[in-house]
Each structure stands twice: as structure tokens, then as C-alpha cells.
Design a protein around this ligand. Structure first.
Ligand code: ADE
Ligand code: ZN
Length: 345
């Protein structure tokens, strides 16, 4: 770890588009919530939680992810984790986040949608008031439960323009292909919601094509298989369909073999609209700051390339054009530190 990479990653203003609310809960908070509700977790200390975060397969990761959601029962729990999320983002100079909520994982446990959403909205209200950062919410059900994907798509429509800006699908990509979700995406599209999908993480280029062509996804999460199919790569470049990449997550789930093999540099240089994100930060032993640091220290990204990634996230965000413009200005003025030209030191 270099001091330069470290400081740059920490200080530069950032925008994050691919981060899961439930995957952002710090282990201390998970343990506190488990104790509050007397819910069993197979870990009693932060160290034991960290042992749980070692995954043998992608599906193993999904199992641990869902298990951790069991500690969330009341609106106040959801408010608390949302508030803590915004605090974490503000501490890392993240100016704006688009946050996915795994509503299906709660519905399936019998926790009502209102409990989840009222809590998240309240945490957002308090957090945006107390910390200098903003967020928008997307509902992101797990595709391994198609009937819940449908239910969540209807809930997203109910809340369109009223707290929810978009809809996506996460979960078991390899076994639940895009054609299962055509109607759900048509429903949210008709309501004016933005659309994204995890694609090219645990399945290949075919799944990415399906997300774009069948589901009308405006952004893709992960997308590490874009280069497997030159026609796909060209299509993504021509249409500037953003790829929200999550390098550390991809190593930890086995989507790429190691960080040196990660295609993010190739994609950026090949003209794709690429952003960098943390996905499920504590669950992957990372943070958005760490992602920028890894790109600088391990993949040789320059300061201006890191700034480009941050500005790409403004462009790829689901904000209205006017808000994008003011966010872009905010970022650019944050890149330039007075008296030090455009550098941090
Ligand atoms: N849910 C939370 N994190 C996820 C990931 N990386 N892929 C698919 N679904 C997820
Ligand atoms: Zn994700």
C-alpha cells in the first residue's frame, strides 16, 4: 500500500452506484442486532464474523448474505443500518450513492415491505440531514425467487417517484436467466423506473446480452464477461451502457481468478463506460476507498484515471440531467485542492 494511493483514495470525492444496503452492515452492527433480537448467528465476535466471510463458491456467498439479513426485523433496524451506511459513505467522501435493497430476502422471512421501506426512508432522512452525503434507492430482489421478483417489481411501481428510483435483479445469475424476468422489467419500465441487473458476474456474455436486450437494463453490475464476445463489447461501447465493476468482490466470489486478471483497465481503455464500486464492503473485506486504492496500487491507475471513474459514475447515475451537472461540478471542484494544482499533495 503506498501513501500516495492511500491518501488519494481516501480524499477524492466519489460517487458509488453498486452497493447493497444489507451487504454494507458492519460486523459489529450485525452482532448488536443479533443480540437485540436473540437471533442465532454462527459467530459471536468480529473475528468469527470475518471467518464467515470466506466463501467457497458464489452460491456460498449468497447463503451467508441471506443469513445475515435474519437480524433485521423492525423498522428501526432498517433505519439504523441506513443511517450507519450514510455515515460510512460520508466518512469516505462519497458525495452520492445509489443503494440496492434486497427486499425479497425480507419478504421471504415474513418481514413486511412497509417495515423495510419505512425504516430505510427514515434512516435516509436522518442520515442525509446529519451527514453531508445523499443516496437514492433501488429495489434489487434475488432472481432465485422469481415470484418475489414479481412482487418486488410491483412494490417498486407503487413507490415510483416516491422514494424508489429503480429496479434491478441480483442473486443466482447462473441458474435463473434473464428471460424469466421480461414481464417484471416491462412493468417497472412502464412506470418510468430505471433498470439495472447483475450480469456477467456468475454467468457469461449471454446473460449480459439478455439483460440488455430482453430486460432493457440501462446499467450492468459486474460485467466481467463483456470481452468474451466482441459484438457485445462493441454494443456496450456504442450505446454507452455502463458497467458497474466491483474488483475486490469479483476476486472474493471467484468471478475473476485474481486482481491482476481483472478486466477493468481493458474496459476503460476500450471505451466502455466503467465505474468502480464496493458491492458488499465488509462482506468482501473492502470499502469504496479500498477499491480506488487497489486500482491505484495494484492495477496502476493514475490519479486522472481514478477521477475519470468517479466522473463516469455521475454520467452513469440515474439522477436527472440537472442534478448530474451540479454533482459533476461538485466533484471537479473537489478534485482541485487550492494551492496544489489538481493534486492532493
Ligand atoms: N446480492 C448481494 N451482493 C450480490 C452480488 N455480488 N451478486 C449478486 N447478488 C448479490
Ligand atoms: Zn451486487
Amino acid at each position: 500500500m503506498t501513501d500516495r494511493g492511500d491518501e488519494l483514495a481516501k480524499l477524492m470525492p466519489k460517487v458509488e452506484l453498486h452497493v447493497h444496503l444489507e451487504g454494507s452492515i458492519q460486523p459489529e452492527t450485525l452482532l448488536r442486532l443479533a443480540e437485540r433480537h436473540d437471533v442465532h448467528l454462527p459467530a459471536k465476535t468480529v473475528g468469527e464474523m470475518q471467518s464467515l466471510y470466506q466463501y467457497t463458491t458464489f452460491l456460498h456467498f449468497l447463503e451467508i448474505y441471506q443469513m445475515c439479513t435474519h437480524v433485521l426485523l423492525t423498522s428501526e433496524d432498517f433505519a439504523e443500518i441506513t443511517y450507519e451506511f450514510l455515515q460510512q459513505q460520508a466518512e469516505q467522501n462519497v458525495r452520492y450513492s445509489e443503494v440496492m435493497v434486497s427486499l425479497s430476502d425480507h419478504l421471504i422471512r415474513g418481514v413486511p415491505a412497509e417495515t423495510v421501506l419505512e425504516g430505510v426512508f427514515e434512516g435516509q432522512r436522518r442520515g442525509e440531514r446529519d451527514f453531508n452525503t445523499r443516496m437514492s434507492i433501488l429495489l434489487d430482489p434475488g432472481r432465485q425467487w422469481p415470484s418475489y421478483v414479481t412482487e418486488v417489481s410491483k412494490l417498486a411501481v407503487q413507490h415510483a417517484g416516491n422514494g424508489i428510483i429503480g429496479f434491478g435483479i441480483g442473486g443466482d445469475e447462473a441458474n435463473f436467466p434473464p428471460d424469466l424476468f421480461v414481464e417484471d422489467f416491462a412493468r417497472v419500465r412502464a412506470a418510468g423506473l430505471h433498470r439495472t441487473a447483475h450480469a456477467g458476474e456468475a454467468a457469461g456474455a449471454e446473460s449480459m446480452w439478455g439483460a440488455v436486450r430482453l430486460l432493457g437494463a440501462e446499467r450492468l453490475g459486474h460485467g466481467v464477461h463483456a470481452h468474451d464476445d466482441p459484438a457485445l463489447f462493441d454494443y456496450l461501447r456504442q450505446h454507452q451502457i455502463a458497467i458497474d465493476m466491483c474488483p475486490v468482490s469479483n476476486v472474493k466470489t471467484g468471478a475473476v481468478t485474481n486482481i491482476a486478471e481483472h478486466p477493468i483497465r481493458r474496459y476503460l481503455e476500450g471505451g466502455l463506460l466503467v465505474t468502480v464500486n464496493s458491492d458488499d464492503p465488509p462482506m468482501f473485506g473492502t470499502s469504496i476507498t479500498n477499491e480506488y486504492r487497489v486500482l491505484h496500487d495494484t492495477l496502476g491507475f493514475s490519479e486522472s484515471e481514478l477521477q475519470q471513474l468517479s466522473l463516469n459514475a455521475v454520467q452513469a447515475s440515474f439522477l436527472p440531467e440537472r442534478e448530474k451537472k451540479s454533482l459533476r461540478r461538485e466533484l471537479e471542484s473537489g478534485f482541485a485542492v487550492p494551492g496544489r494544482d489538481t493534486s492532493y499533495w
